[in-house]
Design a protein around this ligand. Structure first.
Ligand code: P1T
Length: 381
């Protein structure tokens, strides 16, 4: 399977017909434990479902294959996956984090793991000299999100991984906004890929999940140990839903990218819009890097509506096909206000520096008919 193309792996990797019945789909193994023949003698590695579950094993193999990695380790949410990485650190360790990350990622660093003695420095990773300077003797990880949430900055994974490697640090890339279809950080030198599989991997806004993908077997052992020891594992139904979703990931991503490209162009020419952030636009400051690093530019757009908060609020209240809500990556279009919603936990001063202004609106472009989506935005503006 490893030498086949993405679409084939999306549909088949990690899955084979059930040997006892021939069922083509991996069953939902709704069980908490597995019967042992004799103490300690059990089938494959299945002794207790927190440690392993066959539906989860299939999903882990499938996602590892899509990222071009050897090991997939699944969690009950993206936050649980990120926590497992941070649990591998010790008090006194330091992390260099890109300055524009999901609000919940910032909260995990600043409110949870900082209490356990782990320190972190946020830096604009588009500035490689500043990034290099942010490392200290205690740094263990470089934490990258690209494209970033919500400002859609593009960070050069190869360059950051090179800096981190020279400092004997691991590079973690949160690949949620790209999905494995658009970007594979392990091939660019990253050590750990994180996804909130709630987003494009799940793709239908009906499941919360997370995954880590790595190539190094010692690192995989450490993260598998934490998966079991800390216990934030996904249930078998959630794994089944995600396996069902990855079969169409490539089809969905193509449609997300095509729709987002058309909408970004429409927004850029609209007088009620002050600024559009989309890596596929030539006006995006890292457009050239995005063209090189990603296979296409994704389905996320941020924009500043002229007129500040009142204008943004009225726009968000008027949309009819776009739904106002947190999250992203589903087949249906979502829209939200980062400063009040997903990034409220980021201090106002940091938000202002990053450009998360009161007029900023984030769109997760779905795969509905693009003319209907454009008409909806137009009437709401
Ligand atoms: O929601 P959860 O599955 O726990 O994933 C957290 C997470 C991690 N990384 C990125 C880049 C994310 O965007 C998220 C979750 N983000 C949203 C809910 C949002 O609306 O931005």
């Amino acid at each position: 399977m490893s030498n086949t193309k993405f679409a084939t792996r999306a549909i088949h990797a990690g899955q084979s017909p059930d040997p006892s019945t021939g069922a083509i789909m991996t069953p939902v193994y709704q069980t908490s434990t597995f019967v042992q023949e004799s103490p300690g003698k059990f089938k494959e590695n299945y002794d207790y479902a927190r440690s392993a579950n066959p539906t989860r094993t299939a999903l882990e193999a499938n996602l590892a294959s899509l990222e071009g990695g050897k090991f997939g380790i699944c969690f009950s949410s993206g936050c649980a996956a990120m926590s497992a990485v941070l649990h591998s650190l010790s008090s006194g360790d330091h992390v260099v984090v890109c300055d524009d990350v999901y609000g919940g990622t910032f909260r995990l660093f600043s409110r949870v793991f900082s209490q356990l003695g782990i320190t972190f420095t946020m830096v604009d990773m588009c500035d490689h000299a500043a990034t290099e300077k942010a490392f200290t003797a205690a740094t263990k990880l470089a934490w990258v999100e690209t494209p970033t949430n919500p400002m859609l900055k593009i960070i050069d994974i190869k360059a950051i991984a090179k800096i981190a490697k020279a400092k004997k640090c691991l590079t973690v890339v949160d690949n949620t906004f790209s999905s494995p279809y658009l970007q594979n950080p392990l091939e660019l030198g990253a050590d750990i890929v994180v996804h909130s599989s709630t987003k494009y991997i799940g793709g239908h806004s009906d499941v919360i999940g997370g995954v880590l993908i790595v190539n190094d077997s010692a690192l995989a052992d450490k993260l598998h140990y934490l998966q079991n020891a800390v216990g934030g594992v996904p249930g078998p139904w959630d794994c089944f839903l995600q396996l069902r979703s990855t079969k169409t990931l490539h089809v969905r991503m193509k449609a997300h990218c095509e729709n987002a490209r058309a909408i970004a162009q429409f927004l850029e020419s609209n007088k009620k819009v002050e600024k559009v952030y989309y890596p596929g636009l030539k006006s995006h400051p890292q457009h050239a890097l995005a063209s090189e690093q990603m296979r296409d530019f994704g389905g996320m757009i941020s924009m500043v509506v002229r007129g500040g908060l009142p204008a943004a609020r009225s726009f968000l209240e008027r949309v009819k096909i776009f739904s106002l809500g947190e999250s992203l990556g589903g087949v249906e279009s979502l829209i939200e206000h980062p400063a009040i919603m997903t990034h409220a936990t980021i201090p106002a001063e940091n938000r202002a520096k990053l450009g998360i202004v009161d007029g900023l609106v984030r769109l997760s472009v779905g795969i509905e008919d693009v003319n209907d989506l454009i008409a909806d935005i137009d009437q709401a503006l």
